[in-house]
Design a binder for this molecule. Structure first.
Ligand code: UD1
Length: 423
C-alpha cells in the first residue's frame, strides 16, 4: 500500500491541468449499455474508479478499451452476455448502480447487487428504484440483489423526486431515453455531470430537454446509436487544486477550469481573501494576504457549495483568521477528516451536521489516515501549509478520484512524494 509524504514548502506557482470529471465519466460509461453501436469517450480521467466501471461493464459482456494512455475509452455493447452486476464489483463502488437503468431499458431485465453502506453515510438507492418502478419496472429485492424486469419495455412516466439525487436522476434519465412515450423528471439534479450526460445521450439520438434545470423532459425513442463525446472538466478536482495556492500562498492557474463549474465555491474563496480570475485558458487563483479569513459554508446540491469540496475547504479554514462553521446537509457522517486535521493541530468541534473550525496560526505535520476520497486530499492540502512532514496513509482512496497528485502538485513547487507504506 502507498502513502504520500508532504512537506510545507511555501508559496506555489505555475499551472495544473484539470482532468475530465470522474463522476461524469462514471455515468457516461454505462450509457454504452443503451446502444449496440460504439460509444467513444475522450478526455477520460485515469483513475481506479474508472477501471472498476470498466471491469463491471466487461463482466456484463461489453467491450471496453482504454486508448491514448487511458484518456480515450472505446466502449461497445453490441450484445450483452450477462445481465447480473455482481456484489464483488458493486461493493467497491456505489456508482455501479448506474448500470441498472440502461440495461433494463434496452433488454427488459437486469439484476444488480445493492451497493450497501459506505463510509460517508447510509446512502440508499431507493430513489433510483422508485423512478424505475414509476416507469413500469417490477422490482424484487432478493439475496442482496435488485431483480428488475420490464419485459414489454419501460413506459414514460412523471417522476417526482422527493429529494435531489444525482445518481437517481442519471439512472432515470438514461432509462427514459428508450421508454415508450414521455418522461418528466421533477426535482431533478442540476449538476454539470447531468448536463454532460444529457448532451452525450442527445448525440446518441435521445430526445431530451431541460437538463441543467430541475425539470427534465425525455421523449423515448426506439433505439440509440453510437457517438463520440468529450468528458466535461472535473469541477471537484478543479476546486481541490484551487485550494492549493489558497492554503500554501502563491498563484496557480488551473488549466481547463471555468467559473461556471465552481461559482458558489469561488464566491466563498473570494470572501475568504482569495482572488479567482477567469483567463482564456483556465482559472487563476491567488491568495491576497498572509492568512485567509473565516467563512461559513453550507453544502447543497448544485449550484450550491458541493459536499465533495467540504473536506478540502475545511483544510483551508483550519488556518483562517476567525471561526468558521461548516454545515453538511447532503451526507451524515462526512466529517471524518476532522479528527485527522486535529492531529495536525487544527481546532475543530463537530456537533451533528455542523463543524466549528477556529483558525490557528499554523498546522504541524503528522502521520494521518485517509478515510475517504475527499478526506484524503484534504489532508494533503493541509500538509502543504503545515510545519514539517505530513504522512498520509491509505492513499488508495485518493487514487479512486485524483490522477497523478504528486506530479500535479510537485510541478507547482510542492514538496510531495509517494512511497510504499513499508518503505
Ligand atoms: C453523487 C457523486 C458524489 C457526490 C454526490 C452529491 C457520483 C458517482 N457521485 O453521488 O461524489 O458526493 O453525488 O453531490 O456522481 N439518497 C437517497 N436515496 C437514493 C439516492 C440518494 O436517500 O436513492 C440520498 C443520499 O443518501 C444523499 C442524498 O440523497 O443524502 C444525495 O445523494 P446523491 O445525489 O444520490 O449522491 P450520489 O449520486 O450517490
Amino acid at each position: 500500500m502507498d502513502r504520500i509524504v508532504v512537506t510545507g514548502n511555501g508559496p506555489l506557482s505555475g499551472q495544473i491541468p484539470i482532468a475530465g470529471a470522474k463522476n461524469a465519466c462514471l455515468t457516461l460509461m454505462p450509457a454504452t449499455l443503451l446502444s449496440d453501436e460504439p460509444l467513444t469517450l475522450t478526455n477520460a480521467p485515469r483513475l481506479s474508479d474508472i477501471r472498476t466501471m470498466s471491469t463491471l461493464l466487461q463482466s456484463l459482456g461489453a467491450e471496453v478499451s482504454a486508448l491514448n494512455d487511458g484518456k480515450v475509452l472505446a466502449l461497445s455493447s453490441h450484445g450483452l452476455s450477462n445481465h447480473t452486476a455482481d456484489y464483488d464489483i458493486v461493493r467497491k463502488m456505489r456508482a455501479s448502480i448506474l448500470v441498472l437503468g440502461p440495461m433494463l431499458a434496452r433488454d427488459g431485465h437486469a439484476v444488480v447487487s445493492l451497493p450497501g453502506g459506505c463510509a460517508i453515510g447510509a446512502r440508499p438507492v431507493d430513489l433510483h428504484l422508485r423512478a424505475l418502478e414509476a416507469m413500469g419496472a417490477t422490482l424484487d429485492l432478493r439475496d442482496g440483489y435488485v431483480h428488475a424486469e420490464a419485459r414489454g419495455g419501460l413506459k414514460g412516466a412523471v417522476v417526482d423526486f422527493p429529494l435531489v439525487s444525482v445518481g437517481a436522476t442519471e439512472n432515470a434519465l438514461m432509462a427514459a431515453t428508450l421508454a415508450k412515450g414521455m418522461t418528466v423528471l421533477n426535482n431533478a439534479a442540476r449538476e454539470p455531470e447531468i448536463v454532460d450526460l444529457a448532451r452525450c445521450l442527445r448525440k446518441m439520438g435521445a430526445q431530451i430537454e431541460g437538463e441543467g434545470t430541475s425539470e427534465i423532459t425525455i421523449q423515448g425513442v426506439d433505439r440509440l446509436h453510437g457517438a463520440t463525446h468529450p468528458v466535461v472538466t472535473d469541477r471537484i478536482e478543479l476546486g481541490t487544486y484551487m485550494l492549493a495556492p489558497a492554503i500554501a500562498g502563491g498563484e496557480v492557474e488551473l488549466l481547463g477550469g471555468t467559473l461556471s463549474l465552481v461559482a458558489a465555491f469561488a464566491e466563498k474563496l473570494e470572501a475568504a481573501g482569495v482572488s479567482v480570475t477567469e483567463t482564456p485558458t483556465g482559472l487563476t487563483v491567488t491568495r491576497r494576504g498572509d492568512r485567509v479569513r473565516a467563512v461559513d459554508v453550507v453544502t447543497e446540491p448544485f449550484p450550491g457549495f458541493p459536499t465533495d469540496l467540504q473536506a478540502q475547504m475545511m483544510a483551508l479554514l483550519c488556518t483562517a483568521e476567525g471561526t468558521s462553521v461548516l454545515e453538511e446537509t447532503i451526507f451524515e457522517n462526512r466529517f471524518m477528516h476532522a479528527p485527522e486535521l486535529m492531529r495536525m493541530g487544527a481546532r475543530i468541534d463537530v456537533h451533528g451536521g455542523h463543524a466549528t473550525v477556529t483558525g490557528v496560526d499554523r498546522l504541524r505535520g503528522a502521520p494521518v489516515m485517509a478515510t475517504d476520497l475527499r478526506a484524503s486530499v484534504s489532508l494533503i492540502l493541509a500538509g502543504l501549509a503545515a510545519e514539517g512532514e505530513t504522512i498520509v496513509s491509505r492513499v488508495y482512496h485518493l487514487d479512486r478520484g485524483y490522477e497523478r497528485v504528486e506530479e500535479k502538485l510537485g510541478n507547482v513547487g510542492a514538496l510531495i512524494r509517494r512511497e510504499r507504506e513499508d518503505g
